[in-house]
Design a protein around this ligand. Structure first.
Ligand code: NI
Length: 141
């Protein structure tokens, strides 16, 4: 059974309310309530990233030069060591030198972030980014 929505009032300066209404129109939200609910969910995801044991899901994106000595081996070793967190991976050969790797991850926030940091910090990785989302079950409708 779906929980009933509760109402609360929000006070905003007029200019902020105008900007909010404009963003609601531009982004195609149905109304302010839907917009604010989406923004709260986004902030919850962001906030929960900092909670160490909480389970999160997301993706780690890496761009690197595969000619860099030992880099490929290091990235593969790290991925094998964290195979419990990595649920899928995608490798694309971007050009003669560069590879794009996207890892889908799920696990304790602390472990996911540590893995992302290690991969991103590896010498020869030109760009790395962890994008965190919820696991679905942890986000109210
Ligand atoms: Ni490649």
């Amino acid at each position: 059974m779906k929980d009933r929505a509760t109402r609360f009032s929000v006070s905003l300066p007029p200019a902020l309310q105008r900007d909010l209404d404009q963003m609601v129109r531009e982004k195609g939200w149905q109304n302010r309530s839907q917009a604010i609910a989406d923004m709260i969910r986004a902030q919850l995801v962001e906030h929960r990233q900092h909670l160490g044991d909480r389970e999160i899901a997301g993706s780690i994106t890496l761009v690197y030069d595969h000619h860099r000595p030992l880099l490929q081996e290091l990235l593969t070793d790290l991925q094998h060591a964290h195979r419990d967190v990595i649920i899928s991976s995608l490798h694309c050969h971007l050009d003669h030198d560069h590879c794009l790797e996207v890892l889908a991850v799920r696990g304790a926030a602390r472990e996911v972030k540590a893995l992302a940091d290690q991969l991103t910090a590896a010498k020869g990785v030109k760009h790395g980014r962890l994008t965190v989302t919820g696991t679905g079950a942890d986000l109210p409708a």
